[in-house]
Design a protein around this ligand. Structure first.
Ligand SMILES: NC(=O)c1ccc[n+]([C@@H]2O[C@H](COP(=O)([O-])OP(=O)(O)OC[C@H]3O[C@@H](n4cnc5c(N)ncnc54)[C@H](OP(=O)(O)O)[C@@H]3O)[C@@H](O)[C@H]2O)c1
Length: 344
């Protein structure tokens, strides 16, 4: 039996669907009944509602040991997708509790229950730090530096609380490996995928689709890695079914600027693309205004200092390792966006 955590989120819901399509026996944990409805709606969106009844749902929280004791009964393989994603500095404590302590609990149960293998969804945020460019002394040219699985994490550099929590979660996985557990980690870029209309479309990575659909006017020239959710779950199951262990794998289909991504989304949704460039000083001003508005009007934090900075940073990632080891070909982001637009 397979256990999936985070099965009511973007990655986990696509994963349980993918496993159900393969005819696997899947148990999934949930925190409240309403969230299960989200996964059911996703199965429906893909016309696979008949498979939903095959999932064995168990109420559990990764921070609640007694509930995990029940969830881990008869489990041989675990996919750990549950996490908190937030760039709001006020969520630091929750990020540590859920992402680091929660992952430590999952690792400990895997060890105690002799689970055969654990697959963990980390993030490119947990990878190392490189300067943006290499300077070639001979021709004076700047070439972008490319992050891979070996790039070292630099604790001296500033990181968001989310990045620190994902790095800390990975440490728990490596600790589990030292204690005898077979582990494999994936580090996806920003994950893009279709979600049902009933889901909150103003949170997570889908927010960028919603913003462009609503007539987003500004773009930035920062660059990062993007990947389709269907590729993420395919890579996870292929790694789990293989003899690969003790390794992490970057999952990035393409490195794109936010300008190119938002233009692609706009073209597929038949809306006007963002035409004005938001300069660094503008986003610096915007996050400060957002901080003020949050404190004055007690509203939710939308743009933090870390996010504002990342919108201008040019990061490039290589997925050569998984492409080579699994002979895997990623779906181009243009196709991913076109599929999202079809279901929008
Ligand atoms: N989305 C991205 O762009 C992206 C990129 C790179 C890596 N990742 C990583 O991919 C994984 C999945 O992300 P996602 O986009 O699917 O996130 P998501 O849509 O926000 O889903 C998070 C899931 O975690 C569950 N969860 C949170 N706290 C929990 C707890 N204490 N106990 C049990 N379950 C809990 C949530 O359950 P409820 O429904 O009860 O809230 C939900 O099912 C995460 O590890 C994330 O760090 C995501």
């Amino acid at each position: 039996m397979i256990l999936v955590t985070g099965a009511t989120g973007l990655v986990g819901s696509h994963l349980v669907l993918h496993l159900a399509e393969k005819g696997r026996n899947v148990s999934a944990i949930y925190r409240n009944q309403a969230s299960i409805g989200k996964t059911e709606a996703l199965f429906k969106m893909y016309d696979k509602e008949h498979l939903f009844a095959n999932i064995n749902w168990i109420p559990a929280d990764i921070n609640d040991i007694p509930s995990l004791e029940i969830a881990f009964e008869h489990i041989e393989y675990v996919y750990h997708c549950a996490a908190k994603i937030s760039f709001d500095p006020r969520d630091e404590e929750k990020l540590r509790k859920i992402n680091i302590e929660g992952t430590a609990n999952i690792v400990n149960f895997c060890l105690a229950k002799n689970v055969k293998k654990l697959c963990f969804v980390s993030s490119i945020a947990a990878l190392g730090d490189l300067p943006e460019y290499n300077f070639n002394q001979e021709n004076g040219e700047l070439t972008p530096k490319i992050t891979d699985e070996e790039t070292d994490w630099n604790p001296e550099k500033p990181h968001s609380d989310y990045a620190i929590s994902k790095y800390g979660s990975e440490m728990e996985l490596w600790r589990g490996q030292q204690e005898g557990l077979e582990v494999v980690i994936v580090n996806p870029g920003i994950i893009l995928g279709a979600i049902p209309k009933s889901w909150n479309r103003n949170e997570g990575s889908f927010k960028i689709i919603t913003k462009v659909a609503g007539g987003l006017q500004f773009y930035t020239n920062g660059t990062t890695g993007f990947v389709g959710v269907l590729d993420v779950v395919k890579c996870m199951t292929q790694l789990m079914d293989s003899d690969k262990k003790g390794n992490r794998y970057i999952l990035v289909s393409e490195n794109l600027s936010y300008k190119n991504l938002t233009t692609l989304i706009a073209a597929n949704l038949n809306v006007t693309p963002p035409k004005k460039e938001a300069k660094r000083w503008m986003t610096k001003l915007a996050w400060r205004w957002d901080w003020l508005a949050t404190n004055l009007f007690l509203q939710e934090r939308n743009l933090t200092k870390a996010v504002a900075k990342s919108l201008h940073t040019k990061d490039f990632y290589s997925s050569a390792k998984i492409e080579k080891e699994l002979n895997f070909t990623f779906e181009p982001i243009e196709n991913v966006i076109s599929n999202i637009a079809e279901k929008y």
